[in-house]
Structures are given as structure tokens and as C-alpha cells.
Ligand binder design. Structure first.
Ligand SMILES: NC(=O)c1ccc[n+]([C@@H]2O[C@H](COP(=O)([O-])OP(=O)(O)OC[C@H]3O[C@@H](n4cnc5c(N)ncnc54)[C@H](OP(=O)(O)O)[C@@H]3O)[C@@H](O)[C@H]2O)c1
Length: 319
């Protein structure tokens, strides 16, 4: 698969300069032609474009990766599909269910595939936790407590996250992982019970949010934000629990999960070697395109995630 990248996002560095087995990064586009040249030269990418539409018009490109500010995901996914390109779009797939529906329509009409790059699903540690939950290792699940908060001002992350016109805000940025993770782990659809959102001004983005939901018999909580520093999740059942520091972060470091099973009186840690989940997503997507098989999770999954977040925004209490 011949892939083009829209924009020069910092997230794309996990792709630039990496080798995927079945996919070649052949082009990068930037709003700034000079920047496109700089990035292409730095990473040995043969083609570079001074606008996203120029890249989309190149018939030699099979697929695009879209790591743009959130308000542009739908627009460029639809444009790419209309140009006959398969689409790997960063999270959140779009800002509302109406946008995702238009992406589904464009992809169906264009005969192309689209997948949201939920890279954590490709990390062994989370697959292992899900496997143990499914095998009943922790007994009937009681709760899943998902946390992803980082101090945005200290980390100097890009400004689109703090701009509501660009689809910023913690729920769309990292809360979306929480919703997807709860659904991935339990296989159930969340029912909203309560939600709290803090904004620094009425028209500003959500800087912090706390959400409580039910997933069948399981209680799920999602805490996400830009004003605290806490990254971990806890999965707890009647017989035991697991704590995963780092939550579902894509950081390429060794991961450790701490397991505790009560009636075996056992506590142990499992270590998971460093891996690049971004390249795994890319290789999986390219394999789906090559075989003509719809990728999992597809956009229907994104529709569930964003549908739930829409409800959170509607029902949340301001704090
Ligand atoms: N999977 C993960 O682990 C992970 C981690 C971080 C972020 N993400 C996701 O990846 C995407 C990009 O995030 P990022 O932090 O990498 O973004 P970033 O570094 O700020 O880059 C965004 C890029 O979008 C382009 N752009 C177009 N219009 C823009 C505008 N109005 N303002 C700012 N940039 C604009 C810019 O490229 P040009 O100017 O060169 O065109 C810019 O380099 C988001 O969807 C984010 O949620 C995923």
C-alpha cells in the first residue's frame, strides 16, 4: 500500500522513518510547502506537497493517514474517499455522529475503507488484560476505572487542543480512548449515569471531565483532562484486579501490569516489551486493504464512541 500523510503532526513521527512490512510512506503534505520539503528530506519521503488537496489528487497514492486537528478529520476523510483513497484517521474519528455518518457514506460510495487509528488496541498489554477478564481470572467484574490526565500547559502540547473551533478539549482528545476502552474490555455499551465537565470559560474547551456509566453489571468511570497528571487504569472483579500504569498511552516503553488474585493470594507483575503500536495499526490496515477485508474496529465502532460522548456533552453538569 502506498501511503500519503496529511500534515506534519508530531504524532506522525511514529510513522516517519519507520518501516512497515506491507506499506510504504511515499508522500507528505503540509499547509507550508517548505515544511513539507523539510520533513520529506529528513525522513527520505520521495513526494512532498504544499497542500493536502494536491496530495489527494496524486493517483499513485492508495491511502492516507490523517493526524490533523480534530475539526479536519471528517472533511479530509470525505475528500480522500471521494478521490478513491483508503483512510486511516487519527482519533477521534470525527466530532459528532453526523460527521461519521457522512464519512461512512463517502467511503461506501468511493469503495474505500476507513479505520480510526485506535493504536492501544494493538498493544499486547491491553489484549492480555482483556483475555484475562474474558477468562474470568478476576471473577465477575465490578468496575473499570480509566484515567488519562496530563498537564497540557507544562507539556506545551499543540494549541488546537485548547481551541474549541478546532475540535479541542479533553473528552474528544483522550476521553474517547476511555469510552472505547470500556467497550473493548467489557463488550457492553455504556449507559451514562453522571458526568461533570470543567471549562475555564463558557465557550472554552473541556479542560477536565469525569464520567460514570454502567456497562451491564459493571461500573465504568472515565477521568480525563489537561489540568492534572494521572495515567492508569484499574480493572477490578470479585476475585482480583489489575492495575496498568500509563493507561492506554502509545509511549514506546516497556509496560508492566500488576495483577492480584485474592483466593490464590497471588500478586505478580507481567512485563510487556517495548513495541510500536502505530506501525502495527498501519500494517493491519494495509493488510485489510490488500485482502479487501473490512478493518476492525471500523467506523461503526467510532459511531458508538462519539454517540456516547455526544450524550456526555448534553447531560454533563458544569463544575
Ligand atoms: N494515537 C496517539 O497516540 C496520538 C497521540 C497524540 C495525538 N494523536 C492524534 O493525532 C492528531 C494530531 O495530533 P498532534 O498532537 O500530533 O498534532 P500537531 O502536532 O499539533 O499537528 C497537527 C498538524 O495538523 C496540521 N494542521 C492543519 N491545520 C491546522 C491548524 N488549524 N492548527 C494546527 N495544525 C494544523 C499541521 O500540519 P501542517 O501545518 O504541516 O499542514 C500540524 O502539524 C490528533 O487527532 C490527535 O488526537 C494521537
Amino acid at each position: 500500500m502506498r501511503l500519503g500523510i496529511l500534515g506534519t503532526a508530531s504524532t506522525a513521527r511514529f510513522f516517519f522513518g519507520q518501516r512497515a512490512e506491507n506499506c510504504e510512506i511515499v508522500a507528505v503534505a503540509s499547509r507550508d510547502r517548505e515544511r513539507a520539503h523539510r520533513v520529506a528530506d529528513a525522513y527520505g519521503i520521495p513526494n512532498r506537497f504544499g497542500s493536502y488537496d494536491e496530495l489527494l489528487a496524486d493517483p499513485s497514492i492508495d491511502a492516507v493517514y490523517i493526524p490533523l486537528p480534530h475539526h479536519l478529520h471528517c472533511e479530509y476523510a470525505v475528500r480522500a474517499a471521494r478521490c478513491g483513497k483508503h483512510v486511516l484517521v487519527e482519533k477521534p474519528a470525527a466530532l459528532c455522529t453526523r460527521e461519521i455518518e457522512s464519512m461512512l457514506t463517502a467511503c461506501r460510495e468511493g469503495g474505500v475503507m476507513c479505520m480510526e487509528a485506535l493504536m492501544y488496541r494493538f498493544k499486547r498489554i491491553h489484549a492480555r488484560v482483556r483475555e484475562l477478564v474474558g477468562a474470568g481470572e478476576f471473577g465477575p467484574l465490578q468496575y473499570v476505572d480509566f484515567n488519562w490526565c496530563f498537564p497540557i500547559r507544562l507539556l506545551r502540547r499543540s494549541s488546537f487542543r485548547l481551541d474549541s473551533r478546532l475540535g479541542g478539549g479533553a473528552l474528544m482528545d483522550v476521553g474517547v480512548y476511555g469510552v472505547d476502552f470500556l467497550r473493548f474490555l467489557t463488550g457492553a455499551e455504556p449507559v451514562l449515569r453522571s458526568a461533570f465537565i470543567h471549562r475555564d470559560r463558557p465557550e472554552g474547551v473541556d479542560l477536565f471531565a469525569h464520567v460514570v456509566c454502567g456497562l451491564g453489571e459493571v461500573v465504568g468511570t472515565i477521568t480525563c483532562g489537561y489540568t492534572a497528571d494521572a495515567n492508569y487504569y484499574v480493572v477490578a472483579g470479585e476475585r482480583g484486579s489489575v492495575i496498568v500504569p500509563g493507561s492506554v498511552s502509545g509511549r514506546m516503553v516497556e509496560n508492566t501490569a500488576s495483577f492480584h488474585v485474592v483466593d490464590q493470594d497471588s500478586r505478580h507483575e507481567e512485563r510487556f516489551p517495548r513495541e510500536n503500536p502505530y506501525i502495527k495499526v498501519l500494517e493491519y490496515f494495509a493488510a485489510c486493504v490488500a485482502r479487501g477485508v473490512a478493518p476492525e474496529p471500523g467506523l461503526e465502532n467510532s459511531l458508538h464512541n462519539i454517540g456516547f460522548l455526544e450524550m456526555v456533552f448534553r447531560e454533563a453538569v458544569a463544575i
